[in-house]
Design a protein. Structure first.
Length: 278
């Protein structure tokens, strides 16, 4: 994604502009969940941006660098910056040509998988005894890896409970949840795969994107899920949306806990007590 685009002088962030942008996006058929994700991404950018700052070609570059330094996953950072970049393009043009200028994964009306639909896919795979499909669905939805990174899911990586990738030449370690690790190791054992990539074609080669998508989409009628939602991209977006929602909840909880701490300290050592005693 090109973050070094030169924005015209005077472009700045305002809640009115955000509302107009989201309304324009909604008119293009985006779902409520997508609008919520865009809103959260823009709110996060707004809280990072110093008040009154005018945007220039380096603003998004600095934002991306700061997010990475804070430890956010590159895929998540890309999602945040994509939303901001689309908004900034809208500010420049005054219309919505940005929809076609968003990353390809957001072009058109991208269907969104819900967690209930995800669970139905897993249940359908179990009922049909399709273990490979089950593991693919679960892997994408619980780790957020891109389909191009599937060859890096090796027996060795699973044993170490992390997948090492290099998006944009930046080393990234993707944690494999313990429950998923156990199932992947069982899958390797039952499939007689002692080492190397876990997911392979019938001739032992790399499992390509089209094959991965086809395996998942065969679950669609069994799970009563729209076939357009049954692909690695939608599963990955579900992971990102879930993580962002949880981050929001954790931030709220942290603020509440901190406020409670301050109230307790105020009760014990507040200046008002001194004034009242005087």
């Amino acid at each position: 994604m090109d973050l070094k685009k030169e924005y015209k002088k005077g472009v700045s962030l305002s809640q009115e502009a955000v509302r107009d942008y989201l309304q324009a996006v909604a008119e293009r058929g985006r779902t409520d969940d997508t609008l919520k994700n865009y809103r959260r991404s823009l709110d996060k950018f707004s809280s990072w941006l110093p008040e009154g700052t005018e945007l220039d070609k380096n603003t998004l570059v600095r934002y991306e660098k700061d997010l990475l330094e804070q430890g956010y996953a590159p895929g998540y950072v890309h999602m945040l910056c994509s939303a901001v970049k689309g908004f900034l393009s809208y500010l420049e043009e005054g219309e919505l040509p940005l929809v076609s200028r968003l990353p390809l994964e957001d072009a058109g009306v991208q269907p969104e998988l819900t967690r209930k639909e995800y669970l139905r896919l897993l249940s359908a795979a179990k009922a049909a005894n399709r273990e490979c499909a089950y593991m693919l669905v679960k892997l994408f939805a619980t780790t957020g890896i891109a389909v191009r990174e599937l060859p890096r899911v090796t027996v060795e990586a699973v044993k170490q409970q992390r997948i090492v990738t290099f998006p944009n030449r930046v080393r990234q370690e993707i944690r494999i949840p313990s429950c998923v690790q156990k199932e992947l190791l069982d899958f390797a054992r039952w499939s007689n795969i002692p080492e190397g990539p876990l997911f392979r074609s019938r001739n032992g080669g790399v499992l390509h994107r089209a094959s991965v998508t086809a395996i998942i989409q065969r679950l669609a009628p069994l799970a009563r899920v729209d076939q357009d939602k049954c692909n690695p991209r939608c599963l990955r977006k579900l992971y990102m949306a879930t993580m962002e929602s949880m981050r929001q909840n954790v931030e709220i909880l942290l603020r509440m806990t901190y406020d409670n701490l301050l109230e307790q300290e105020q009760t014990a050592c507040g200046w008002e007590d001194v004034q009242r005693r005087g």
